[in-house]
Write a protein that binds this ligand. Structure first.
Ligand SMILES: NC(=O)c1ccc[n+]([C@@H]2O[C@H](COP(=O)([O-])OP(=O)(O)OC[C@H]3O[C@@H](n4cnc5c(N)ncnc54)[C@H](O)[C@@H]3O)[C@@H](O)[C@H]2O)c1
Ligand SMILES: [Zn+2]
Length: 333
């Protein structure tokens, strides 16, 4: 299946198809490519890509968030230069959000911007980070603080690649799909309520991509509607900072964040059931006062208020402005 994403300056296709990794060369064509992946992406997927481009260099970065930094960016750019990559050439990223964000950013600054193609290999990157054009590295402990909007030229989503992902990573990525169901697509949420939801992986990915595409097309630069995708993320980011990602993954913090912010009790019960089934956490022992402080100091906080996403009716997220008092009440103090 092919979905076109229309942004202000470009239109690019997403190919959602099992086995499409093996058709990368056929779809990319005769371009001169520079491949980037990380050492946590199983070798079988890296080889599947490399063998289609036997002469192309593959730069393999260390896995993990730590690679979204200037040192690794510099090493990648130097390697691109050493291989005489020109303005007409193409970066191809195979990996999760870390590889995608770093490669996209490298492509956006190299020779003032060259083409890049994303082949996401984690659930989170398939349903969320691979489209939308946000690229970045972290700087002085602040996530995604140096980056650019740089749209990919093509995205290849191959759900077969998820077969090697451990269940915890699969489930945390699903938290983003559950979020999109809550804010935009009741039917997507309802898939997760079915006993056999795991048999509907392709539909989950497709519906999530449709939500993300729609939002990105309507609000590329996150001035309005795209903020709805931050549902669960305001408290979620506070949980991430509090635990310094030692105990919980991003999607797990989003799961707790959605439970914290959601007011509609009936929806909350339904959400909890879905999250429990995926072993995603729904509460934690964080110090509530500290969480409130972290929410207030969020980089998106504006003059003491925070834009919070709320869902009163399934599939219909809305934006609210919360002050410090509401943030305290939200977490139950
Ligand atoms: N650009 C955006 O719009 C956007 C949106 C959300 C998140 N992000 C970013 O995405 C990053 C997180 O992405 P992620 O969750 O994909 O994490 P990740 O890229 O760190 O991948 C998680 C782990 O899975 C491994 N892996 C990748 N593919 C695999 C596979 N098929 N089988 C087995 N293991 C595999 C990786 O090596 C890594 O160790 C964060 O840096 C976050 O800031 C960006
Ligand atoms: Zn997220």
């Amino acid at each position: 299946m092919k979905l076109d994403v229309h942004t202000k300056n470009s239109t690019y296709p997403i190919y959602l198809e099992r086995g499409v990794l093996n058709r990368a060369k056929e779809l990319i064509g005769e371009a001169n490519v520079f491949l980037i992946s990380d050492d946590g992406v199983p070798e079988k997927w890296r080889t599947a890509l490399q063998k289609q481009f036997p002469d192309a260099p593959m730069h393999v970065i260390p896995q993990g968030e730590g690679s979204k930094c200037f040192e690794v960016l510099q090493a990648v750019l130097k390697d691109m230069l050493d291989h005489h990559l020109s303005r007409k050439d193409t970066v191809v990223a195979l990996g999760g959000g870390v590889v995608g964000d770093l490669s996209g950013f490298a492509a956006s600054v190299y020779m003032r911007g060259i083409r890049y193609i994303n082949i996401p290999s984690t659930m989170l990157s398939m349903v969320d980070s691979s489209i939308g054009g946000k690229t970045a590295i972290d700087f002085y402990g602040i996530k995604n603080c140096v980056g650019a909007f740089w749209q990919p030229a093509m995205v290849l989503v191959d759900a077969d690649v998820l077969s090697t992902l451990n269940p915890r990573l699969l489930h945390e990525g699903m938290a983003e799909s559950i979020k999109m169901g809550m804010t935009h697509d009741a039917k997507l949420f309802e898939i997760f309520e079915r006993e056999d939801f795991m048999d509907h992986m392709d539909e989950i990915i497709e519906r999530s991509l449709l939500v993300k595409r729609g939002v990105v097309e309507r609000d590329e630069r996150e001035s309005g509607e795209r903020k709805l995708l931050n549902f669960g993320h305001t408290y979620g980011h506070a949980y991430e900072s509090y635990y310094e990602l030692n105990r919980y993954l991003h999607g797990e913090c989003v799961a707790m964040g959605m439970m914290t912010v959601l007011k509609n009790q009936e929806l909350k019960n339904r959400l909890k059931k879905v999250l429990d089934r995926l072993q995603l956490p729904t509460s934690c022992d964080a110090d509530k006062e500290k969480i409130c402080q972290l929410v207030n100091s969020d980089k998106k906080a504006d003059h003491g208020t925070v834009t919070m996403v709320q869902v009163d009716e399934l599939g219909k997220g809305k934006l609210e402005t919360w002050d410090a008092e509401m943030i305290r009440k939200g977490i139950g103090i």
